[in-house]
Design a protein around this ligand. Structure first.
Ligand code: 5GP
Length: 113
């Protein structure tokens, strides 16, 4: 059963895509928590970050490198931004397809809730 995000990758569900390459896709979160809120996901359906394997090492590095590319594209590089990856129930994960939240466009408080 494909996840919601696999359906976005397959264009079966619409999303506002801001970046794509062979390995990953970035699109705006449907329920933005900041002026810029993008989800960066691997096209490979890794359920959650803590379940990535050694085989995923290059892919995980690729995703982190693309955070900077997408942040720059969306004008966040100078003002700053935050990334968050939620794993499991206590982490607040709701979609079982690994995703990096990229948030910016306003000052973000710390610690998070
Ligand atoms: P999580 O809570 O798993 O860390 O993050 C899942 C995110 O996916 C949430 O921020 C939620 O707003 C977003 N989301 C859920 N359904 C959709 C959808 O259909 N389209 C988009 N673009 N984002 C979604």
């Amino acid at each position: 059963m494909p996840t919601l995000f696999e359906k976005i990758i397959a264009r079966e569900i619409p999303a506002e895509i801001v970046y794509e390459d062979d390995l990953c896709l970035a699109f705006r979160d449907i329920s933005a928590q900041a002026p810029v809120h993008v989800l960066l996901i691997p096209k490979k359906p890794i359920p959650r970050v803590g379940e990535a394997t050694e085989e995923d090492q290059d892919l995980l590095g690729h995703l982190l490198l693309k955070v900077g590319v997408v942040a720059e594209q969306l004008g966040l590089k100078d003002t700053g931004f935050r990334i968050a990856v939620n794993h499991g129930k206590d982490g607040g994960e709701t979609v079982p397809h690994m995703h990096i939240h990229l948030l910016g466009g306003r000052p973000l408080t710390w610690p998070p809730g």
